[in-house]
Each structure stands twice: as structure tokens, then as C-alpha cells.
Write a protein that binds this ligand. Structure first.
Ligand SMILES: Nc1ncnc2c1ncn2[C@@H]1O[C@H](COP(=O)(O)OP(=O)(O)OP(=O)(O)O)[C@@H](O)[C@H]1O
Length: 254
């Protein structure tokens, strides 16, 4: 697909000796989002970490903006800077005295040598805008160590938004957000893809949300059990292939 931001072809990944992801292929075009669904342990986090080059892959190809991920998981810096990733858990040494605006500012900085006084105003503006987008500007002077779980999520999302990106990868991003923040969060994702053409790949356990708002769904249980538009892909037969027949019986009786 020529307009695809991300193309994954025949991806196979082992966790130690365990085959976690087997021969998975899909593409995410610009201006669309794809939800990765499947039961616990299905290989969803493994898949996205291999796509990001954090975990090594056994075989298969990952192409981002036309550039292949090297066998060691490297991409050209200019391509890497177009990717934002929000992990499931943010492991952070809480003794580090860094404020919210300092953390978000790190997302704006370019990799490599730079003069500290160049672009200060643009940096400040970008940080302010990103924090305002996630309703967290009031937290700017607070230490990251003192934030609640939901506030931390919003600040990390600002870190992803602080510069224009082409690909956003989210691992259960709304977990920990309250109902209003979650709704704002999905509204923001919608704007990023529709107005700025971002491609979004997100792991989700919320099948109702996926049905309502995602362009495509990838149903994983080690291999891809189905993929397509949610209305076609999330049939009881396909869900039972991914989750087992008990799940479907329960889901339909609710
Ligand atoms: N660090 C690890 N070392 C070895 N095996 C692992 C490791 N992390 C995960 N696994 C195994 O890899 C498989 C896939 O795990 P993964 O975390 O990718 O699943 P998931 O679909 O993201 O699950 P969940 O929905 O629970 O987050 C599981 O069998 C899991 O036990």
C-alpha cells in the first residue's frame, strides 16, 4: 500500500523459547487507526514492541514511512522522530526531580547536537500547546513523581504530541483515565488522524469502542485470527477464534 505509514509483513517474534507472534501481516495507512485486540497473553504488546524495534524479531519485515527496520531494530533518526509510543506502564525512577514541562520538552528536542538558545520560544509554545491539548497545562510546574496515574498518562500523551508525528502507537493508553478524560482522549485521536493525517495503532480491550470508532481491527491470538473493518471482522465466529467460544457466549448474553 503506497500511502501506508506502517507495513508489517510476515512478522514472527519469540519471547525466550515461546512463539508469541507468528507470521503477522497488516498495514496502517495515513489518516487511519487500527485497533489490535485479543485476549491476555495473545502477543499484542510483543507485536508492537517488535514493530518499534524494542524486541528482536525472528523473521518478517517492518517498514515505516518507506524505511525498513534493520535486523537490530534501527531506523533513520528522521523516521524515528515521526513515531510516538505510549507504553502500557511507564517505569520511572520517582527520585528524578523533573517537572512536567521539562519532561514534555524532551519530546520536542531533536536528537543530536543543538544550541540550547535556538528555538527556545518555539519549544515553549509546543510544550504549552501539547499540555493544553491534554488538559494538563496547570500541571506544568509539578514534579512528575507527584502525579496520579491518570495525570501521568495525560502528560505522557503530551510528550507524544509535542511535535508533529506520522505514527502513534498506544498500548492500552486510556487505562487509568477518568470517563471525561477518556472521551477527550478519543476525540483527540480522531482529530490527529483526520486533521493531521496521523496513522494510529492502538492496543485495546474495549471492543465496543473499537466497533464505534476504529477504522480497522486486527484480532490477534499469536496469529492474526481476522482483520478488517470492525463491522465485518468482529463477528461472533471471528471473536470465538481469537478469544474462545465461552467469551462469545458470555458477551452476547450481557
Ligand atoms: N518478558 C517476557 N519474557 C518471556 N515471556 C514473556 C515476556 N513478556 C511476555 N511474555 C510472554 O509472551 C506472550 C505474549 O505476551 P504479551 O505481553 O505480548 O501479550 P498481550 O497480548 O500484550 O497481553 P495482555 O493483554 O495481558 O497485556 C505471553 O505468553 C507472555 O507470557
Amino acid at each position: 500500500m503506497s500511502d501506508s505509514v506502517l507495513v508489517v509483513d510476515g512478522l514472527t517474534v519469540y519471547r525466550e523459547n515461546h512463539l508469541a507472534v507468528q507470521n503477522v501481516s497488516f498495514a496502517v495507512p495515513a489518516g487511519t487507526d487500527a485497533a489490535l485486540v485479543g485476549p491476555n497473553g495473545a502477543g499484542k504488546s510483543t507485536l508492537i514492541q517488535a514493530v518499534l524495534g524494542i524486541l528482536p524479531r525472528q523473521s518478517g519485515e517492518v517498514v515505516v514511512l518507506g524505511h525498513s527496520l534493520s535486523p537490530k531494530g534501527d531506523l533513520p533518526v528522521a523516521v524515528r522522530q515521526h513515531i510516538a509510543y505510549l507504553p502500557q506502564n511507564f517505569l520511572f525512577d520517582r527520585r528524578i526531580p523533573i517537572t512536567v514541562s521539562e519532561l514534555v520538552g524532551l519530546g520536542w528536542d531533536r536528537v543530536g547536537l543543538q544550541l540550547p538558545w535556538v528555538g527556545r520560544r518555539a519549544r515553549h509554545h509546543a510544550v504549552r500547546q501539547a499540555l493544553a491539548q491534554v488538559d494538563a497545562w496547570h500541571l506544568r510546574e509539578q514534579l512528575v513523581s507527584g502525579l496520579s496515574g491518570g495525570e501521568t498518562k495525560r502528560v505522557l500523551l503530551a510528550y507524544c504530541l509535542v511535535r508533529p508525528r506520522r505514527l502513534l502507537i498506544l498500548d492500552e493508553a486510556p487505562a487509568g483515565l477518568d470517563a471525561r478524560s477518556e472521551s477527550d482522549f478519543y476525540q483527540l485521536l480522531y482529530q490527529l488522524k483526520k486533521e493531521q493525517g496521523w496513522a494510529i495503532l492502538q492496543i485495546s480491550h474495549d471492543l465496543d469502542m473499537v466497533r464505534r470508532s476504529c477504522d480497522r481491527v486486527l484480532c490477534l491470538n499469536r496469529t492474526l485470527r481476522c482483520q478488517g473493518v470492525p463491522g465485518h471482522a468482529l463477528t461472533p465466529e471471528n471473536l470465538s477464534l481469537a478469544y474462545g467460544s465461552e467469551f462469545v457466549r458470555y458477551h452476547h448474553s450481557c
